[in-house]
Design a protein around this ligand. Structure first.
Ligand code: SAT
Ligand code: MN
Length: 582
């Protein structure tokens, strides 16, 4: 082992956690296979029907450990004000004391895996190295899918000292002894007491969003909770779009979209995380730091997301889905027919009469993007892809129209900063409650979000992407979705790209620029004119209430809230109160 800084750090953690064995992971197929065999014989992993689902496995997490736990997630900056009002904060010393107490001898009798990983394309100046120490072999096999893992990362690091240090220990999984702590000043993560998703795969939210957002602020780039997709138009023009939606709001579905409009082709660069760098040409360039998808299973099927279904046909790891008698994975919304008998996500017998879902609502599939038919070759591009449009959006049963365009960059940042979405099963807590989730980064921004908004505002410039807000989730008075979503969302992307190419005009409204209803291509779909009007409707009264509520949210940032956003807020209220005569 050549890298002394890495070796010393691993030694220090080994001294603390006292594992029986230390394994340095190289990321090879043999290593992966051996781990899976071990996990299967221990009963931790269930091999699925080899004929139907080759090299695929089911993993069940502890029933109290099924989603990110935001209440136990901490930013441990030296100064509390740097974590800001939307993060939980703990002092670095306090966090170390608490977590070290749990880590002490916690790996006795266990194996400690050292997992080097690279976030971003091989050879890219944007890419970053992390090393995760973990006692969970499930984490190791997942990291191999989600990142470029092993020797590749050590090669990138060389004898450098600039790498994110992540320690993960399953410990006793007791929710009261669960801590996900981030130390932005030392690029360190300490995560104990959870083996699930974003709590345990430290490359994902902990490194690529919380720590990377801090690093991006220092180095003039942005780490965002965004998918990246490419669209080729019938005229052969290629555009890239980045879109921020909260967890479990359809990022993977949009990223893997199969166009319902002939002539449009969508390719996938990323489905969750995007690192945006300003290029010398004035444009913003995006790389996907990840290599795999950790997608929500329930609701995924051959109609809603055919590319995801093809992706998971082999080499997939399923977590907390149900199991059929023939060893296939199953989840709500997979097909119209519900099997009479299943084994549910906890491993218990299940029948429909139980009245409970068989798969956990936050059940996931983990699969390499290389399995995805729509994967873009640009995923490995060292400079990334140039972004033409940024989309913000959430789940809004009411209020937000299908799509609108921000007037300019500053207004777009305001639109992102005042995003609201109904909560989902991706995090512990109530589901369906509207909450402010700026840029879909509320749970993932590693510093004061007031400073984060200011950082966003510095990216204004003539060649920057246009900013839009979309909402696929608007409902009518009977609670039925007004918009079909999924592959039909290309119709909204079409309008967005027409705006980018200056091919279509828009109508100014108080909240932004709206499409004329005739400019949304509804060919070959059932879309009565009154439903489209309802989808594009802006009700000034409810928007004023919304603005008031957003004003209170923004005030939480006090003097860290940029003046520009205060001004945008005031301007929105004036436009709503005194709309220009039509
Ligand atoms: O559990 S994860 O944070 O990885 C998934 C999500 O919530 O987006
Ligand atoms: Mn996510």
């Amino acid at each position: 082992m050549a890298n002394q800084a890495l070796k010393q750090w691993v030694d220090s953690i080994a001294k603390l956690a006292t594992p029986d064995r230390i394994v340095w992971c190289n990321g090879s197929a043999e290593e992966d296979l051996a781990l899976k065999k071990e996990l299967v014989s221990a009963g931790t992993l269930i091999a699925l029907n080899e004929k139907k689902w080759p090299n695929s496995f089911l993993y069940r997490s502890h029933p109290n450990d099924v989603a990110r736990t935001e209440a136990q997630t901490f930013i441990c900056s030296r100064d509390k004000a740097d974590a800001g009002p939307t993060n939980n904060w703990m002092s670095p010393a306090d966090a170390e004391t608490r977590v070290y107490a749990i880590l002490r001898q916690a790996m006795r009798g266990r194996t400690m895996y050292v997992v080097p990983y690279l976030m971003g394309p091989v050879g890219s100046p944007c890419s970053r190295v992390g090393v995760e120490i973990t006692d969970s072999p499930y984490v190791v096999i997942s990291m191999r899918v989600m990142t470029r893992m092993g020797q590749i990362a050590l090669d990138h690091l060389g004898d450098g000292t600039d790498f994110v240090r992540g320690v993960h220990c399953t410990a006793d999984l007791h929710p009261e002894r669960r801590y996900i702590c981030h130390f932005p000043e030392t690029s360190t993560i300490l995560s104990v007491g959870s083996g699930y998703g974003g709590n345990a795969l430290l490359s994902k939210k902990c490194h690529s969003l919380r720590l990377a957002s801090v690093q991006g602020r220092r180095e003039n780039w942005l780490a965002e909770h965004m998918l990246i997709l490419g669209v080729t138009t019938p005229a052969g023009h290629k555009h890239y779009v980045a879109a921020a939606f909260p967890s479990a709001c359809g990022k993977t579905n949009l990223a893997l979209l199969v166009s319902a409009l002939p002539g449009y082709k969508v390719e996938t660069v990323g489905d969750d995380i995007c690192w945006l760098h300003p290029g010398n040409d004035g444009r913003l360039w995006a790389v996907n730091p990840e290599a795999g998808m950790f997608g929500v299973a329930p609701g995924t099927n051959t109609r809603s997301n055919p590319n995801a279904m093809t992706s998971v046909r082999q080499n997939a790891i399923f977590t907390n889905v149900a199991l059929t008698a023939d060893g296939s994975p199953w989840w709500e919304g997979l097909d119209d027919e519900v099997p009479g008998r299943l084994t549910d996500w906890r491993g218990l017998g299940w029948t429909l009469e139980k009245g409970e879902p068989a798969a956990h609502p936050n059940a996931r599939f983990t699969v390499s993007l290389r399995e995805c038919p729509s994967m873009s070759r640009e995923m490995d591009s060292t400079r990334g892809v140039p972004i033409s449009a940024i989309l913000f959006g959430g789940r809004r049963a009411r209020l937000a129209p299908l799509v609108y365009e921000a007037f300019n960059w500053d207004h777009g940042v305001y639109v992102g900063a005042t995003m609201v979405s109904e909560t989902t099963a991706a995090a512990n807590g109530d589901v369906g409650v509207p909450r402010n989730d700026p840029m879909a980064m509320l749970p993932f921004c590693g510093y004061n979000m007031g400073d984060y908004f200011a950082h966003w505002l510095t990216f204004a410039g003539p060649k920057r992407p246009k900013i839009f807000h979309v909402n696929w989730f608007r409902k009518d008075n009977d609670g039925k979705f007004l918009w079909p979503g999924y592959g039909e969302n290309i119709r909204v992307l079409k309008w967005i790209l027409d705006r980018v190419e200056d091919r279509v005009s828009a109508i100014d409204s108080p909240i932004g620029r709206l499409p004329r209803s005739t400019d949304i291509d509804t060919s070959n779909m059932l879309m009565p004119a009154n439903r489209l009007r309802a989808l594009l409707d802006v009700d000034r009264g409810t928007w004023l209430q919304e603005a008031e509520r957003n004003g209170a949210f923004l005030e939480r940032f006090g003097d860290r809230l940029p003046m520009t956003l205060r001004r945008e807020h005031g301007a929105l209220i004036r436009r709503l109160e005194f709309p220009p005569a039509a």
